[in-house]
Design a protein around this ligand. Structure first.
Ligand SMILES: Nc1nc2c(ncn2[C@@H]2O[C@H](COP(=O)(O)OP(=O)(O)OP(=O)(O)O)[C@@H](O)[C@H]2O)c(=O)[nH]1
Length: 712
């Protein structure tokens, strides 16, 4: 007999009963869901679909690309972050703030590349982009990331666009925008609007979605920590794709250089070929010995030797430690004085804290130390304490000695620098001697006049003089020519800035639609161009002044008594007037010119360029004397002068044919004889053309003399 098996009774209670019921329920739910929404796994939104599709395409595209060969061996060279922006936008401050964030060190000035360790496996080199086109071209060549600083309160400036154009030519590195000076906005709405406007503009110029940072203002003279932290994070994690041209060419961003030419070679020939050692990280690929290298701004040279050196800023041993602790944060800034060492062209300076050093007092007199003889070493050290200018700066000041003016400048520097330069400025004395060799008289003059001048320091050329400003860029020192009147420009710039912000605000108010905003941008750009042109013209102005100041006295002008040409020293404000109304000056009373000259001489305005000019100007004083005029005329005016003169006196026949001359040959008074002549009275029909022209000259001179006589 068969008995049907009874199935197990499902458990009604306990954990297994609960488990089973749960799984059953889930199954049921899924089935139900499927029933409810059969398109559950299809795209619900077209935007999402598009995005996914484009992502898939991108992935596929990336797969198809030839993988870039990583030629780097060992640790990669630091990535170069170029900080670019128009003047005074805050480039240095941004670098300082970033360095402070990464290294916890304050740097006083940003000079040359500053290398820091930003993470376990990453080093970053910050470089401030100079504000000239050449500097921008160089910076675009080595930048891995460009931080474009924009003055938010003013808007875009031409420099940014120039740099963008340059980068387009050299291969576009990564670019991030940074808006500064946003604290100048008082109105939050305006600020928001401006941010939006600038962002859109930035996106149009770079690409949609390009990163733009906002630095809202300053706290204790530095950017807000939080904002800098965000920016630093971005820099630290950013992926850099090396540009193909760069990876196949070796290049070095020089962060330090030394002139290693033997000193005796330089002393024998100052213009000898120098040997220069350049230090920097090698990027791209390996460099061979003997290859020709191009040094930006200098020229093409062949490499004499290559040496691998220890990494001055090595990565921390990443294997051992998980993170980079503050203590281990490393940096290397040989030209900025970050750390204890500062490398200069000629020396290495060791920075020692003041409290660790006992300085001898500046006013310490050796007489206080009884029984001891004057110590040369102590004197030397004291003189070093007092010196503000380095030897090379002083050397530089005295290098161009074509004119004795330089010796004066040198003196001026020392006078400003040191109180008792005669005592301790030993280094300078030989230079001064050199300057004054062969011009004893002049040195005497300067010695006599030196003291009053050194007090007020008002040498007119000193104000207009081209000053040299050394700046470190791309591993070498560049000398920037700064004109004396640039300080004025700075002030103006500052005031302009104020005006601009004031002017900008109403603009923002009116900018309600996008179109208007665009127009505004164009206006701004135009304004920028104008600004630039303005600067250029100012720069040229000073050039013109310098050129004029170099003009030497013309003998012809001396002979004909044209008194506009003054000694270089008394150029000052007269230049403009002279330039503007040349014709008026022609008929200016001579006495005025003399007055100026006389004043110049009395006021110790001796021409420093050429002592011979001194004599000339002194002689001008006697030009009222008719005899002297005549004697000079005889010497300089070509042709048969004596005949003409006699003719002028003797022949008094009215020349009816000479109509051309007109009023120019009106009546005149002969200064020598006191005779009055009524017009041109040459009756000699045999006279040649030459004598006629000479006569004309004579008459002109006489006319001028008469004019002068009217203004005693
Ligand atoms: N109020 C305000 N001042 C700022 C801001 N950023 C920079 N500054 C100031 O602007 C001045 C110029 O800053 P720098 O960092 O020297 O500017 P720079 O671009 O390096 O200037 P150059 O090297 O001369 O081109 C400094 O006095 C800064 O304190 C900002 O966001 N707000």
């Amino acid at each position: 007999m068969e008995r049907s098996q009874k199935s197990h009774r499902s458990r009604q209670s306990g954990p297994s009963a609960k488990k089973k019921s749960d799984t059953d329920k889930k199954k049921r739910d899924i089935i139900e869901e499927k029933k409810q929404n059969p398109k559950a796994f299809a795209f619900n939104s077209t935007v999402k679909a598009k995005r996914l599709q484009s992502r898939a395409v991108e992935k596929e595209q990336r797969r198809l690309h030839i993988p870039t060969i990583d030629r780097t061996t060992g640790e990669p060279a630091p990535y170069v972050v170029v900080v670019h922006g128009p003047p005074q936008v805050g480039k240095s401050l941004l670098i300082k703030s970033l360095i402070k964030h990464y290294t916890k060190h304050n740097i006083s000035e940003v000079k040359g590349p500053i290398t820091i360790v930003s993470g376990k496996k990453r080093r970053v080199q910050f470089v401030e982009c100079p504000n000239d086109i050449n500097g921008m071209i160089d910076a675009a060549k080595f930048a891995d990331l460009a931080l474009l600083l924009i003055d938010g309160s003013y808007g875009f400036e031409m420099e940014t666009f120039e740099f963008l154009n340059i980068m387009q030519v050299h291969g576009f590195p990564k670019v991030m925008g940074v808006l500064t000076h946003l604290d100048k906005f008082k109105d939050v709405k305006k600020l928001k609007k401006t941010k939006q406007r600038l962002k859109h503009r930035f996106w149009t110029e770079i690409y949609d979605g390009a990163k733009l940072f906002y630095l809202s203002g300053l706290i204790h003279g530095k950017y807000v920590k939080r904002e800098i932290l965000n920016l630093a994070k971005f820099i630290s994690v950013m992926k850099f794709h090396p540009l193909s041209w760069r990876t196949s060419h070796p290049y070095v961003l020089v962060d330090r250089f030394e002139d290693v030419t033997p000193p005796d070679k330089i002393s024998t020939n100052k213009k000898c070929d120098r040997n220069v050692t350049l230090y920097g990280y090698l990027r791209g690929c390996n460099m061979k010995k003997g290859t020709k290298v191009h040094i930006a701004g200098v020229g093409d040279y062949s490499v004499a030797g290559l040496t691998g050196l220890a990494d001055p800023c090595p990565l921390p041993s990443a294997a051992k430690k998980k993170g980079l602790r503050d203590k281990e944060k490393l940096f290397y800034a040989p030209m900025s004085g970050l750390g204890d060492l500062l490398y200069d062209k000629y020396a290495v300076y060791v920075d020692i804290n003041d409290h660790l050093v006992q300085y001898s007092k500046v006013g310490d007199d050796d007489t206080s130390r009884k029984g001891t003889e004057k110590d040369v070493g102590v004197d030397l050290v004291k003189s070093l304490h007092k010196t503000k200018y380095t030897v090379d700066e002083k050397l530089n000041e005295s290098s161009i000695n074509l004119f004795s003016e330089k010796s004066y400048n040198l003196k001026e520097v020392t006078n400003g620098d040191d109180e008792d330069h005669g005592k301790h400025d030993n280094l300078l004395e030989p230079l001064e001697e050199l300057d004054t060799i062969g011009s004893d008289d002049e040195s005497d003059d300067s010695a006599e006049t030196g003291s009053p001048r050194s007090k007020d320091n008002k040498h007119p050329l000193a104000e207009k003089k081209v000053e040299e400003e050394r700046e470190f860029h791309e591993g070498r020192i560049r000398r920037k020519a700064v004109f004396g009147n640039e300080k004025g420009l700075d002030d103006q710039e500052a005031s302009d800035e104020d005006e601009e912000t004031e002017n900008d605000n109403p603009d923002y108010e009116s900018s309600s639609s996008f179109e208007e905003e665009e127009d505004e941008d164009e206006d701004e750009e135009e304004h920028d161009i104008e600004e630039n042109m303005g600067n250029a013209s100012k720069w040229k102005e000073s050039l013109i002044e310098r050129t004029i100041s170099r003009q030497t006295t013309n003998l012809m002008q001396l002979v004909y008594g044209k008194s506009e040409t003054k000694p270089n020293d008394s150029l000052h404000e007269d230049i403009d007037a002279d330039l503007s109304d040349d014709d008026d000056d022609f008929f200016k009373p001579k006495s005025e010119g003399k007055k100026k000259l006389g004043k110049g001489l009395e006021g110790d305005e001796v021409n420093m360029d050429d002592s011979s000019k001194f004599t000339n100007y002194a002689s001008i004083k006697d030009w009222k004397n008719g005899k002297i005029i005549e004697s000079v005329r005889d010497r300089f005016v070509t042709g048969d002068w004596t005949k003409a003169a006699q003719r002028g006196k003797a022949v008094e026949v009215e020349n009816e044919n000479d109509d051309d001359d007109g009023p120019v040959f009106g009546e005149f008074e002969d200064l020598e004889t006191g005779e009055k002549h009524e017009g041109d009275k040459t009756g000699d029909t045999n006279q040649d053309i030459d004598s006629a022209t000479e006569e004309r000259r004579l008459k002109k001179l006489a006319l001028r003399a008469k004019f002068d006589a009217q203004y005693p």
